[in-house]
Ligand binder design. Structure first.
Ligand code: GDP
Length: 530
């Protein structure tokens, strides 16, 4: 193997998905701790002040104390080079959260053991499932009273429609949590309370037949464990690596990120089961990550990290080959040869300039306003475009009113630019023009971002009026349907997106079904690939 293929082979690029508070940040910290990337757990992004060091990019983030942007963390562990894509975990997540998943090769799903599958987990899971990437489940907070283990697995299977295969099994929970039983090695990993990670834990590995096991758990617990294992061996899906690889079976692990229990064993198993950079589909066929020629696609554009310069950063996922700083590349959509300016990477807290990067890595490059989401960059001489990134369904809508009509020009420019960066989606009345604009966002925080940016960057004041729509559908067969003649429900609104595609907005989810019933030929879809 040549050097560059070795580098690619050892890369693992994944995202962590969860509902807020399930423990994603804590788990990430513990991963970094094992990788030696940070010395002290808790320093990645403390909720209040420490976080600003990491992503002090937008004023609004500072004001709110939450992370609007998502960053990438790279560290090494056990011969692997790991890229964690951080998806914004706050309730007000945005379309960027979904787009980040397009750059991942697998996902770790963190679930709170006392809550099971929650709303945001469900949404993020859907996007992963659409891509058929492997999904690994970490059931967290076992040091607290947890739901019944079988019920937790049942919940995942029913809510998300993916069968599960527990790799280990918890012994008790809360005050009675004793550790996990590894189904393969038949050994128990004993839990010791690290007092929220402040004290070094002493974890033992004891064979289930070893007499020492009686010191760890009482008769009842052992009996329960044996019963559960027997039941499990009879009932659960058999481990099938092929099914895992295409996202049809999720390996499940139990632990407690806060007390640092079960995290390293999870990481070790995960790294052997998850995939090195996956091939990606382009318009000329599938591109092998191991080919020598560099290629990448833009999955996120971050505006205004530095307000003084109004610059943007385009985040690219490298899909094949090796990237060298200063190399000439070809921007396919712009039909231009260029050098990528100031390529950078995040290593734990620091942004630094990269000299070289490989398939699987994420780099951020200075963008003078030429890139769009989904664009392809490759070695000059090649000319292909990676599959585009879908437009995801916004969940909140508002009508935008311009307060000073003299500023119409700046206003139109501003909303268009912000929409082009992918922070918001703009819609117009189906038969109308730009005089009335409806804005759709995935997370409500984006409304604030829009208002703030229009005021600060374009000197335009607006008023937003919330609209009651919650469901949006693109018309999949627009050529076959006469949109004007569509008969829907009374809450339905016809609009068009910036590319002129017709869409329907609904207040109620049942109206979607009703409209489909009333219009036999109509085909609707939840995201747009155009
Ligand atoms: P995120 O919103 O998913 O990133 O969640 P955080 O990692 O910020 O965790 C949310 C809260 O749960 C914090 O107060 C953590 O200290 C706590 N937490 C995380 N993991 C555990 C765990 O394993 N056990 C307990 N008891 N608390 C946890």
């Amino acid at each position: 193997m040549t050097d560059y293929t070795k580098e690619i082979q050892k890369r693992r690029t994944f995202a962590i998905i969860s509902h807020p508070d399930a423990g994603k940040t804590t788990l990430t910290e513990k991963f970094l701790l094992y990788g030696g990337a940070i010395n002290l757990a808790g320093s990645v992004k403390g909720k209040a002040t420490a976080r600003h060091a990491v992503s002090d990019w937008m004023e609004i983030e500072k004001e709110r104390g939450i992370s609007v942007t998502s960053s990438v963390l790279q560290f090494n562990y056990d011969g692997y080079c790991i890229n964690i894509l951080d998806t914004p975990g706050h309730q007000d997540f945005s379309e960027d959260t979904y787009r980040t998943l397009m750059a991942a090769d697998s996902a770790v799903m963190v679930i709170d053991a006392s809550k099971g599958v929650e709303a945001q987990t469900r949404k993020l899971f859907k996007v992963c499932a659409m891509r058929h990437i492997p999904i690994f489940t970490f059931i967290n907070k076992m040091d607290r009273d947890a739901n019944d283990t079988f019920e937790l697995l049942d919940d995942i299977e029913k809510e998300l429609g993916i069968p599960t295969c527990p790799v280990n099994w918890p012994i008790g929970s809360g005050k009675k949590f004793r550790g996990v039983y590894d189904r393969d090695t038949k050994k128990v990993l004993t839990f010791s309370d690290t007092m929220k990670g402040t004290k070094e834990g002493h974890i033992e590995e004891i064979d289930i037949d070893d007499a020492k096991i009686d010191e760890v758990m009482d008769e009842d617990q052992k009996e329960q464990l044996m019963d559960e294992i027997e039941l499990l061996d009879g009932a659960s899906a058999e481990f099938d690596m092929e099914a895992v690889s295409c996202g049809k079976l999720s390996p499940v692990f139990f632990g407690s990120a806060l007390t640092n229990f079960g995290v390293e064993t999870f990481l070790q198993h995960f790294l052997t089961m998850t995939t090195s950079p996956l091939p990606r589909t382009a318009d000329c066929g599938v591109i092998d990550p191991m080919t020598e020629e560099f290629s990448a696609f833009v999955f996120k554009i971050q505006a205004n990290m530095n307000k003084a310069h109004r610059d943007r950063i385009a985040f690219m996922r490298i899909c094949s080959g090796k990237f060298d700083a200063g190399m000439e590349v070809y921007h396919v959509q712009g039909d231009k040869k260029m050098r990528l300016s100031q390529p950078q990477q995040m290593m734990a807290q620091d942004r630094h300039i990269v000299e070289e990067a490989y398939a699987g890595d994420i780099i951020g490059v200075f963008d003078p306003g030429i890139f769009s989401i989904g664009d392809t960059v490759c070695t000059p001489g090649k000319k292909f475009a990676y599959e585009g990134i879908p437009t995801f369904a916004p969940e909140h809508f508002a009508r935008v009113r311009l307060l000073d009509s003299m500023k119409r020009k700046q206003f139109v420019k501003g909303v268009n630019q912000i929409a082009q960066e992918g922070a918001i989606q703009i819609f117009q009345e189906y038969m109308g023009g730009m005089e009335e604009i409806i804005v759709g966002v995935v997370g409500v925080l984006q409304f604030d971002v829009l208002k703030y940016r229009l005021e600060n960057e374009y000197n335009v004041d607006i008023r937003l009026e919330n609209l009651p729509y919650e469901h949006i559908r693109w018309i999949a067969n627009k050529e076959e349907v006469d949109v004007e003649k569509l008969t829907g429900t009374s809450d339905m609104k016809k609009v068009k997106d910036m590319k002129g595609n017709p869409l329907l907005l609904f207040v109620n989810s049942w109206s979607v079904g009703m409209t489909l019933d009333r219009n036999e030929n109509l085909k609707l879809e939840e995201f747009s690939k155009n």
